[in-house]
Ligand binder design. Structure first.
Ligand code: SF4
Length: 118
């Protein structure tokens, strides 16, 4: 089976063609660099994403946050729901952990920038 996909690892957005047999990626073409092959293999077998969103603070100010590492795509809804159910106490520094082991993924949620109380 042939699968077409676009590499999202850099602005070049290479159009990739992957040959898949029995759930296994046997070849990838169209990639300009090795990251495209890795992306196609991961995307077609165990897709992952870095999730970015906001978490509410004790003052009501939203704090931009992201997953510290990519998480399985099928866990995104659960992770975002858990983030939305939490409140963070200001101030928060960039890179601070605001939620540990989100939705049992083993991945922490970190602040994407510093947010002061004022
Ligand atoms: S294959 Fe390489 S050059 Fe092409 S979009 Fe992916 S990361 Fe960028």
């Amino acid at each position: 089976m042939t699968k077409e996909l676009i590499c999202i690892n850099c602005p070049m957005g290479c159009a990739l063609t992957a040959e898949v047999e029995n759930g296994e990626v046997i070849s990838v073409s169209g990639n300009t660099c090795p990251r495209g092959e890795t992306y196609a293999k991961t995307e077609l077998t165990a897709p992952v994403r870095v999730v970015t969103t906001t978490i509410i603070s004790d003052t009501g100010k939203p704090v931009p946050v992201k997953t510290k590492a990519p998480i399985p795509k099928d866990k995104i809804f659960e992770v975002v729901s858990e983030i939305k159910a939490h409140t963070v106490i200001l101030p928060v520094g960039m890179g601070d952990t605001v939620l540990e082991n989100a939705a049992d993924t083993g991945v922490d949620i970190i602040s994407a920038r510093s947010v002061s109380v004022e």
